[in-house]
Unconditional design. Structure first.
Length: 324
């Protein structure tokens, strides 16, 4: 079901769709043209401090370069997005691999025509891990809507399916991606409008209902040089990673930089800061950021890298845990 108009829907229709997609109900909503930031100031990760290994060089179902990753912190699952094997970039065909926290492969799901996979989030409902991920890829292979779809191992879903919720949070915008902050319970959405990328932040209490009408922050991020490779949110700060894979012109330690941005002001808080996490990896292309809080209460900023030789790409993930 697409929520890209203000057409009224019956309660029965809402509940039927909600049951199929895993939400209690879907509301119809759009972001406003502007909004005053109203996010309380939190601590932020110190990007200058060391990174630590979660795992290195683990196999995915697709052996192409990973694009991003996300955690289900309730059900203790890790999901990694990559392009489907033998599918053109413009098709937007994704392969989602589920791993355990040691990086062992568990299962996969194929999402055809969904998008590029720059960033996505996971929202658990009971034992089901629901993906907030781009869908309805355009001719360039980037998603033009956000989808809320339950992860179902071993299945293939086409973007044209009506079996899950689709949303366009910002009227007139295109090319949506998102990430979830599971600690402060917010979603960050990156979208394209008027020739530029913009940011909107929402409370999960609203997005859980499909309501994007009340963003808590909206801003245009500052220009940051380098190839964009992912972003995430923790409290009142957005984190952005840029860089390229190792090559003759980009040898060890590479050009992977992380930047933190204050979502209340839109200004850079720290960075761009070079990271040498996984500097000895083969290939080492930065791919994705995500947040997780351990059972002991430690918040972590995770950094992903595609590693390994061409034709046998692997997943490598590290984290930072120093807060200031």
């Amino acid at each position: 079901m697409e929520h890209n108009s203000r057409t009224s829907l019956t309660r029965r229709g809402l509940l039927r769709t909600a049951t199929g997609a895993g939400l209690a109900a879907f509301g119809v909503g759009y972001g406003t043209a502007s909004a005053a930031a109203s996010v309380g100031t939190t601590s932020r990760f110190d990007l200058s401090q060391p990174s630590y290994d979660l795992f290195r060089d683990k196999n995915l179902h697709s052996n192409r370069v990973q694009q991003s990753f996300a955690f289900d912190s309730v059900n203790k699952r890790l999901f990694v997005a990559a392009k489907r094997l033998d599918s053109p970039e413009s098709a937007g065909d994704l392969c989602i691999s589920q791993l355990d926290f040691a990086g062992n492969y568990v299962s996969y799901m194929h999402l055809n025509g969904f998008g590029h996979g720059v960033a996505f989030g996971v929202r658990p409902v009971g034992s089901t891990s629901n993906l907030w991920i781009e869908t309805d890829a355009n001719g360039n292979g980037y998603g033009t809507k956000l989808a809320f779809i339950g992860y179902n191992p071993g299945t293939t879903v086409d973007a044209a399916s009506q079996g899950f919720g689709k949303f366009q949070p910002i009227s007139g915008a295109t090319e949506y991606t998102c990430s979830i902050d599971p600690v402060y319970n917010r979603m960050i959405v990156r979208y394209h409008q008027d020739g530029a990328k913009h940011i909107a932040v929402y409370d999960l209490a609203d997005t859980d209902k499909g309501d994007f009408s009340s963003p808590v922050a909206m801003f245009t991020p500052p220009a940051i040089s380098g190839t964009p490779q992912g972003y995430t949110l923790y409290g009142s700060y957005m984190y952005f990673i840029t860089g390229d894979g190792y090559s003759a012109s980009n040898p060890d330690p590479g050009n992977t930089y992380i930047t933190s941005i204050n979502i209340n002001t839109g200004a850079i808080a720290q960075g761009p800061t070079l990271t040498k996490a996984g500097s000895t990896l083969v290939y080492r292309e930065p791919e994705g950021l995500a947040i997780y809080r351990t059972d002991a209460g430690e918040s972590r900023l995770f950094l992903g890298f595609a590693s390994g030789n061409e034709g046998d790409r692997r997943s490598s993930i590290f984290y930072k845990n120093a807060l200031v």
